[in-house]
Design a protein around this ligand. Sequence first.
Ligand code: NOJ
Ligand code: CA
Length: 699
Amino acid sequence: MKKLILSTLVFSSAAVVSAQELTSPDNNLKLTFMLDSNGVPAYTLTYKDKTVVKPGRMGFIIKDGISLADGFEMTECDYDSVDTVWNTVWGQSSTVRDNHKEMFVSLTRKDNGLKMGIRFRLFNDGLGFRYEFPVQPSLRHFTIENEVTQFVLTGDHKAFWIPADYDTNEFQTTTSKLSEVFELSKGVIKNPPATNEPLPYPAVQTPLMLKSDDGLYINIHEAALIDFPGMHLNLDDENFVLSSHLTPDRNGDRGHIQTGSVSPWRTIVVSDDARDILASNLILNLNEPSKIEDTSWIKPIKYVGVWWEYFTGQGSTWAYSDEKDIVIGVTDYNKVKPNGHHGANTEHVKEYIDFAAEHGFDAVLVEGWNQGWEDNQAYLKEKIYSFTTPYPDFDVEYLSDYAAKKGVKIIMHHETTSSVIDYERQLHDAFKFMNKYGYEAVKTGYVGSIIPRSEHHDGQWMVNHYNYVAETAAKYHIMVDSHEAVRPTGLYRTYPNWLAQESARGTEYDSFNGNNPDHHTILPFTRLMGGPMDYTPGIFEGDLSVYGPNKAKLSTTLAKQLALYITMYSPFQMAADLKENYMKYPDAFQFIKDVAVDWDATYVLEAEPGDYITMARKERGADRWFVGAITDENARTATVSFDFLPKGKTYTATIYADGKNAHWLDNPKEYRIYTKKVTSKDKIEIPLACSGGAAISIE
Ligand code: NOJ
Ligand code: CA
């Protein structure tokens, strides 16, 4: 494959005819918006006088051949500023400060009068800008051919990247110079664009984390992805220009827009301290406030599930039968021969409910409860599952009553295998079924390609689908965790019932070909910038050969698995391992039982993407704190200073640390647990093993 050099559309810095400036509240960031003599719009951003992005073009080329990217004059420029604090329904902090300066420029094409607005918001931690398409007589609706937006970098930055792909984000992250992306991305792309050829130029997904040689941490993503295709980034690796690459639809179009609407925000979070990237609320602040008025029914969830046993190779199956010629809605399952090892059977689910009740978990996820799993890999039929018909050995009524008596919820599972049209047809009935049996949360799934639309997972059509499911679920008071969806963009502020998403490589990959030891030190800087991840941590038995044919091995120590409950933020947090493994290590399991899933405050103590993260969090509404520290393949010493604790009080810290000889590869399960009295003046050092970690609970 030959590399295609992207023609860089030019903005002429020498011929600037107008320049508008905006400064962040703390004056560290400066944005300049410019028009050159050809009416080409561009922006540039500096942080503490260092250039973050050089002048980069803005705008769109729309069908057929109409430019919203040059020929403009500025017809209006308004300024505004906001400094407010809003309350989160759940989150990493109970309140969020939204402190920004705003500039809105209205552009009009000199030749034909077409208008487009650009709204900039500058926070202390970065920039967001979006395009606004006003209603205008000569432009009622249009189709995007290309978005022109550029992020013009100052050099060959270190990048933490996954290759562009319209259908999946479940890649290992590569750390390399931008100039190395093209060579290294060969052969990695799983679901390339419609051509079934890898992109002929390097392209990566967002959130993209970058580090410049002069010490700037730069994160590029988007916020509030609504009725628009997801954005990937083309890379001109000679000039280090990233440019928007919108996910096309099945016809190659990149968005159908009706005027009177806005684009998602393009975001650049920046700092000279990596901790600020993790502490940023910029993406959340750029999303609209909750559309759900009564949020009292929305609650973070800590859960166990009939799940890991499907991945470990012990024979447990989602499917009830091994017969393949089953037709949903036609075949009578009572006449079908069961395979004898169906996971979601009543007795087995009861054991999970008992376990959850005994150990204080809120809920049990049950996958494989519904009809249709026998032929779910075929991807050929439009109707694959029923979301209202349990298998004959799953007594939904009995289990709902049983769970209710035990004070535990069952989490619904809707794997759609991307049969999305049929899922939408069944959606209301499926949610009514959930209401009837007392289910409050659903895990959805979009494995495979979109049937029968042939759309992409990250395209506008699917973006609208995910948002429609979250919005519809809210009407039924249902919380959502979506797997294989487009990566999140902070929409959980607007739909707080959308608790989590997967949208990256989670623990499931530890049972296939693995996750790298540095994976967990990168995800918070990339995937998690847009929202919580249902990573499913908590695997104690990391050597899957103990179960049989599966030879996979976890790439962390046991103590690091505990730390992930803090460093991998989610209000929907699983204890993913088998019950019997937790019973083998009840002292370590105590941390998972204790750890909170909702927070008043978060403190990033140490962080470097790809290397290490140490974080502390205060439980929402309680005087309990939890700390998580993790490292990559290199051992290190984490320093925890307790100055986040209230002054003048003594607390008991229980520390779960790697054992002296622990190592992720050959000795992951050696850990030690000890207690220590601490005050806000204390500072402790904890050795972390190679791909190790430490977790602390403080009361
Ligand atoms: C992939 C999901 O990520 C996983 O969690 C789920 O168990 C399977 N699909 C089956 O739905
Ligand atoms: Ca997945």
